[in-house]
Write a protein that binds this ligand. Structure first.
Ligand code: SF4
Ligand code: SF4
Length: 359
């Protein structure tokens, strides 16, 4: 039988998986190794915060990505360090019993509200109803009683695909409707479960929420541009670009900027934390970042396979006002990448020529 942690956690969670999950979260939070025992202790012994998880206008992909994470069982660890009192996808209760669970917690206990999905506001919100109530009504009923709100996924944070022009249902994110509560935005389509786990563990360990940027995103997860940590960055700096998917430069692992990568203006820890427990992320397997953690990315980052307009990339470094820099570089018409890319075309051509000459 697997060695188990002597905790209030699920005995099926083996010690190795538990420790590995905490270690990954500590690394994502930027904590030193010395802090890992404190994090482990908090995860194992702290009182589990009650969580109400509401689903509105969405595909349930955020929950799916959280539950389907496999090794080291991040999903199980998350479900074990919180008390999930209401979650329409995974709870056993149904109908009136489920509604009773919701009201019991909301009326009698402190709780964290997690919202997944956008909230349609057009025509009094009739485009999303649960138990006969609109998403707007449910949010208005539950949010004021929450200790804090975590908006998970780009739909709940910024409206997501539902809010893409022409936004037929008037979809918005939580912070467009709720203003007097601490709101933590964890955008992504879907977000990495580690960003959610890190937020909860930070809360359990330090008894406060993590530092946020001005879009309410935790800085530990969204404080740097994708571009800053990308393994293809050296190719970008040297002007070596993929000209089209499947070409020889693509096979060589060159930078994807010219085939549409939005990494230079997207803030997320994807290159560091990676996905699917197999140490890959979209750019590492040959696809550009589409900017899914940024507001209105379905409108501002499309067409996905066309390069960014001419933008100026600030010097690499810790970015505290990530969104502001993003807006600044979007607005800039200075040469920046434009020059880089132009140089890149030249360099690629020169390299191609050299190759030909050497052949
Ligand atoms: S443009 Fe994209 S592929 Fe190229 S270095 Fe930046 S993030 Fe990586
Ligand atoms: S690489 Fe870009 S598009 Fe992909 S998940 Fe990360 S932020 Fe979203």
């Amino acid at each position: 039988m697997a060695d188990t942690v002597k905790t209030n956690l699920d005995p099926q969670l083996d010690r190795r998986g538990f420790l590995k999950g905490c270690t990954i979260a500590a690394a994502a939070l930027g904590l030193s190794d010395a802090m890992i025992p404190k994090l482990v202790e908090a995860a194992a012994t702290a009182e589990r915060p009650r969580v109400i998880w509401l689903h509105f206008q969405e595909c349930t992909g955020c929950t799916e990505s959280l539950l389907r994470s496999s090794h080291p069982d991040i999903g199980r660890l998350i479900l074990d360090i919180i008390s999930l009192d209401y979650h329409e996808t995974v709870m056993a209760a149904a109908g009136h019993q489920a509604e009773q669970n919701l009201h019991d917690t909301v009326d009698n206990h402190p709780f964290i509200l997690v919202v997944e999905g956008a909230i349609p506001t057009k025509d009094n919100g009739i485009y999303c109803k649960i138990a006969g109530k609109t998403a707007m009504d449910i949010l208005a009923e539950v949010a004021p009683k929450a200790s804090a709100i975590i908006a998970i996924g780009t739909c709940a944070t910024f409206g997501g695909v539902q809010a893409a022009a022409p936004n037929p249902t008037g979809a918005v994110g939580v912070m467009d409707l709720v203003s007097d509560k601490p709101i933590i935005n964890i955008p992504g389509c879907p977000p990495n479960p580690i960003s959610f786990l890190g937020t909860i563990l930070h809360y359990l360990t330090f008894k406060r929420l993590p530092a946020l940027d001005s879009l309410n995103r935790p800085l530990f997860a969204y404080g740097r541009r994708i571009h800053d940590h990308c393994e293809r960055r050296a190719h970008f700096d040297e002007g070596r670009f993929v000209e089209q998917y499947g070409d020889e430069f693509h096979k060589l692992g060159y930078c994807l900027y010219k085939v549409g990568c939005k990494g230079p203006e997207t803030f997320s820890n994807c290159p560091v934390v990676r996905f699917n427990d197999v140490d890959v992320w979209p750019v590492s397997v040959g696809h550009g970042c589409i900017g899914c953690t940024e507001p209105n990315f379905w409108d501002t980052m499309t067409p996905f396979y066309e390069r960014l307009p001419m933008v100026k990339i600030p010097a690499t470094g810790i970015v505290k006002k990530a969104d502001k820099v993003g807006k600044t570089i979007l607005a800039a018409t200075a040469a920046g990448i434009g020059i880089h890319a132009a140089v890149g075309i030249g360099k690629s051509l020169i390299k191609g020529k050299k190759k030909d000459e050497e052949a």
